[in-house]
Design a protein around this ligand. Structure first.
Ligand code: SAM
Length: 298
């Protein structure tokens, strides 16, 4: 090995071996080292594709930090490292980011052999407007992080792609329906490029029923359509929100009901809706004390 080394990020099939590109095959055969999540898994792919790799080393989420120095030594010594994951494009909800960052920081050439990814495959079959989109990867499983992620999906002004496990599919669709409303459209892409590939499309309310009636098997990607324009972004000024809260209160809602209405109808964070309801209450009380006419706020 001499001269400048090269790190090549190589996409591999997400289920259909025919999707391994000729350039991916050549790169994997020529690389001094193929870094992969699971050497047995990638060994099977290479064998089935007729590729004889020089050396396979494992690089997964638990050992990536420790492996970086070793692979960097290969790269700075002039060697070529091909990085793959178990399926699809490395670094997309898969390991590799530390290695790429370290290689870039060491001025090693980093190249991609692009190819399959469940993210783009699902997006392009979703039927939604794909000019702009968001990717959430796997949603956090619980707690504040999950609530924040659901909130982002509810408010997003463009379609959002999420990976989901079969075990969590129904629960996630239900939570999305509760958060975004049952009318929001969703596409559920399953087993892309494989024998039982299918894409289900409908509203979240229909999706909840559909997934409740079908045992989820295989691999899934959800594509949630953008929020309707009236709700998207909730980019209203605090004054606007205060006035809206004030009007709801004037119409007879209690302060906490006005806060809930703002939170649900405008997909606002709870805290923002609460603050707006307080400001609306204060504004109403001020107006009442000045004009003397209005009833006190409950
Ligand atoms: N790096 C990969 C990529 O580019 O697609 C994704 C890796 S992530 C750990 C694995 C998740 O991707 C699965 O849990 C599933 O949500 C999604 N996925 C992968 N292959 C899929 C397929 N053939 N059909 C549907 N979803 C798939």
């Amino acid at each position: 090995m001499s001269g400048a080394g090269r790190l090549v990020v190589v996409a591999t099939p997400i289920g259909n071996l025919g999707d391994l590109s000729p350039r991916a095959r050549a790169t994997l055969g020529e690389a001094d080292v193929v870094a992969c999540e699971d050497t047995r898994h990638t060994g099977v792919l290479l064998q089935a594709s007729g590729v004889r790799a020089h050396r396979l080393v494992s690089l997964h989420e638990h050992n990536e930090a420790a492996r970086v120095d070793e692979l960097l030594a290969v790269l700075t010594g002039g060697g070529t490292v091909a990085l793959v994951s178990d399926a699809g494009t490395p670094l997309v909800s898969d390991p590799g980011a530390r290695l790429v960052a370290a290689a870039a920081a060491a001025d090693v050439v980093v190249q991609a052999v692009p190819g399959p990814s469940a993210l783009l495959a699902a997006l392009v079959v979703s039927g939604f407007d794909t000019r702009r989109f968001r990717f959430e990867g796997f949603l956090a499983r619980k707690g504040t992080e999950r609530r924040a992620a659901l909130e982002r999906l509810a408010r997003a002004e463009e379609p959002t792609v999420c990976y989901e496990s079969p075990q969590r599919l129904t629960a996630t669709l239900s939570e999305l329906a509760a958060r975004c409303g049952g009318d929001r459209r969703v596409a559920v892409a399953r087993e892309l490029t494989k024998r039982f590939e299918e894409t289900w499309r409908g509203t979240l309310a229909e999706a909840e029923r559909w997934s409740g009636d079908h045992a989820a098997r295989g691999e899934y990607v959800l594509v949630l359509d953008a929020a309707p324009p009236a709700l998207a972004g909730a980019e209203r000024s605090p004054e606007d929100l205060r006035d809206l809260a004030g009007r709801l209160i004037a119409a007879g809602l209690r302060r906490k009901d006005a806060a809930s209405a703002l939170e649900i109808c405008l997909s606002l964070p709870r805290r923002t809706a609460y603050d707006a309801s307080l400001a609306g209450t204060a504004a109403r009380e001020e107006a009442a004390s000045e004009g003397g006419g209005d009833a006190p706020v409950r």
